[in-house]
Design a protein around this ligand. Sequence first.
Ligand SMILES: Cc1cc2nc3c(=O)[nH]c(=O)nc-3n(C[C@H](O)[C@H](O)[C@H](O)COP(=O)(O)OP(=O)(O)OC[C@H]3O[C@@H](n4cnc5c(N)ncnc54)[C@H](O)[C@@H]3O)c2cc1C
Length: 388
Amino acid sequence: MDASVSQATDQFELNADQRAIQEMTQSFAAEEVAPHALDWDREKHFPADVVRRTGPLGFGGIYIGDDVGGSGLGRLDAVLIFEALAAACPGFSSFISIHNMAGWMIDRFGSEEQRQRFLPKLTSMEWLASYCLTEPGAGSDAAALKTRAVKSGGDYVLNGSKQFISGAGDNDIYVTMARTGDDGPKGVSTIVVPKDAPGLSFGPAEHKMGWHMQPTRQVIFEDCKVPAENLLASEGAGFGIAMAGLDGGRLNIAACSLGGAQSALDRALSYTAERQAFGQAINRFQGLQFKLADMETGIQASRMMLYTAAAKLDAKAPDASKWSAMAKRFVTDTCFDVANDALQLHGGYGYLHEYGVEKLVRDLRVHQILEGTNEIMRVIIARHLVGR
Ligand SMILES: Cc1cc2nc3c(=O)[nH]c(=O)nc-3n(C[C@H](O)[C@H](O)[C@H](O)COP(=O)(O)OP(=O)(O)OC[C@H]3O[C@@H](n4cnc5c(N)ncnc54)[C@H](O)[C@@H]3O)c2cc1C
């Protein structure tokens, strides 16, 4: 059998530290996540305890400085971690990805006082963080957001609501984009809202297609008071902060798709070697082999593109945003197709929960929608090519 079953990375030179990170994550995922992933999905159980157990492994602040408990790793290292976690459960991996995105925004744009106040508890995962940008009336057009924050004495008073917020209701910290100024992106600010802020509440858990192991709810602000010192950077800087967070977030989500797709291909390779039809294992049919060949090609192309995009972000390359968008678009589309093809290769059994493949299809589907839809990724890429 071919090396594809072992998350091959030989086409991209990883150093010894990166291989060690990859192996450590794979063994955690195999022991602590994979055996429970189907139960969590079926029972819609949020395993906060297992999520928090990744804190001591350094997953609470993967690319946050070590002075506040972070791991001080790079974007490529992070991609390796999310890919390995997602092979066990894409929803679990993406939850940790969003926590890291929100924490990084505080690390990168917060004051020293804010870093010291929030980050040690976020990197240890004593606190979990949400990223609050989307609103009921503003998704792709995020700069049209309406949640307002008005300065009143030593506080900001927030009114409005956020839609589809991952971890809402369970998490401790809400990194929130709110309007402090005029319409458009320049009127947006980023405010860190703690869960116990007066006037903060949450909608009921959404009934979703996938990502069942993590809650998605509305976040509602009704005269919600937050100390003014929770503003990140300055008023008006918030849209840029939100977009900077997404550059890395998009790579992480793509890594979650890649890990899920690799798991789907591995399952398809095992299943088609065992399953008999017309007197032989079904992987003897060339039509089916061609499908496996295309799946492997899609996965390896995704991996090369994603690792290249991550290396560009690490190098602060001027075209890193374009590469993040291209990788997110290509990898999440390709890997969804791979998972869906794996389901097809399992025949009717692929449609059954216990085989694990239909969960991968459901989990990977949302990656084509969130952190900017794949249509918006094309908008970003095209802007880099032809201007606004
Ligand atoms: C499970 C889940 C978890 C989520 N978690 C979070 C979270 O933690 N935090 C957060 O802030 N958000 C989160 N989101 C929200 C997500 O980012 C948005 O759903 C997404 O950005 C799309 O916004 P929308 O749903 O309002 O769709 P719309 O913006 O209304 O888009 C509808 C359709 O129109 C297309 N479209 C819109 N504008 C254009 C254009 N200019 N050109 C071409 N096509 C266009 C879109 O691509 C899409 O196909 C989550 C969503 C889901 C489903």
